[in-house]
Ligand binder design. Structure first.
Ligand code: BDR
Ligand code: CA
Length: 313
């Protein structure tokens, strides 16, 4: 039986790649997309999610729009220099004909998880606001979800949105601290592994060669995203694989090496958004009583890249 997943997303070039990777993987059954601010404002994230499902011929999958702002303050704004003004590499996509369902992301998540206890895995690949709101709406989802596999955070490596923090967590650290502390099975697929996983220009060329609409869309949107990596990270050619790494984990956790640590998220000062693990031998009051989280620290990067290319090209 394929695993039922809900992808919470801010599309986003790499979000598009991850959504398509999931849609083309027989191990997974994508039962919904929920949207969040991050790479773009939430309204545009919703339009992009609808557009991506139309490209994939999967308008049967519901899209539920999520929060427009973090839990404790206004959204600081999108990153057009990473994903384009449209979040899809400035390729002028046509408007979406399909519509979001009249239910919030948090309400959709609660309804789906409670209707299928133990069956649904949440895969957040954007800021964690919707997931925290769903927990607030119905705390029992913590006992009824199958897994939460999120792209975000940095345990032992520097950040990308600031020297200390990764972008998804930096966009709503308060929400992330709730999610890491909820006592449900959480796996953090963060920069510790995604910055070790590189899709080279040769890999990216395979999308352009592939004769399917999903790969063709990726081939159109990825050059803008690739240019961001090549000017921002010295020596990098191609892209780092962020959101698709979370999908790869759900398909095959053996691709990753995992440690189990409690995580706190800094909400103040220059560390705002930093995911701090309590490593063995050194703890402190802030980590006491906190649940253990699976933190990905190693990855078979070649196999992750090969798996995604196998599904999409
Ligand atoms: C994360 O930030 C966003 O730009 C990407 O879509 C990914 O979810 C990487 O830090
Ligand atoms: Ca994302």
């Amino acid at each position: 039986m394929p695993q039922k997943i809900i992808i919470d997303t801010d599309p986003g070039v790499d979000d598009a790649m991850a959504i398509f990777f999931a849609l083309r993987s027989p191990e997974l059954d994508v039962i919904g997309l929920t949207t969040i601010f991050g790479n773009v404002h939430t309204e545009l994230a919703t339009v992009n999610a609808l557009r991506l499902l139309a490209i994939a011929g999967r308008t049967d999958i519901p899209v539920a729009e999520g929060a427009h702002d973090p839990l404790t303050g206004p959204f600081e704004g999108p990153v057009p220099y990473v994903h384009g003004d449209d979040g899809q590499g400035n390729v002028n996509l046509p408007p979406a004909d399909n519509r979001a369902i009249p239910q919030t992301a948090a309400a959709f998540i609660v309804e789906q998880v409670m209707a299928a206890p133990g069956a649904i895995t949440l895969v957040p690949i954007g800021p964690l606001t919707n997931i925290a709101l769903a927990l607030r709406l119905e705390p029992r989802i913590a006992a009824n979800v199958k897994n939460v596999v999120l792209m975000g955070g940095n345990a032992l490596v520097p950040g990308n949105a600031s020297p200390s923090a990764e972008a998804n967590i930096h966009n709503d650290p308060e929400a992330a601290d709730i999610v890491f502390g909820a006592g449900w099975p959480v796996t953090m697929v963060g920069l510790d592994v995604t910055h070790k996983t590189n899709m080279t220009p040769e890999h990216l060329d395979a999308y352009a060669q592939a004769d399917n609409p999903l790969a063709q869309h990726i081939a159109r949107i990825v050059p803008f995203y690739r240019a961001y990596f090549e000017r921002s990270f010295s020596g990098v050619k191609g892209i780092y694989v962020h959101d698709s790494s979370a999908i790869a984990y759900v398909i095959d956790p053996t691709l990753f090496e995992v440690e189990r640590w409690p995580i706190r998220v800094a909400t103040q000062g220059i560390s705002r958004g930093k995911t701090w693990p309590a490593l063995p031998g050194v703890t402190g009051p802030a980590w006491e009583g906190r649940p253990l989280v699976n933190v990905c620290v190693g990855v078979d990067a070649d196999r992750v890249v090969a798996l995604e290319l196998d599904r999409l090209t």
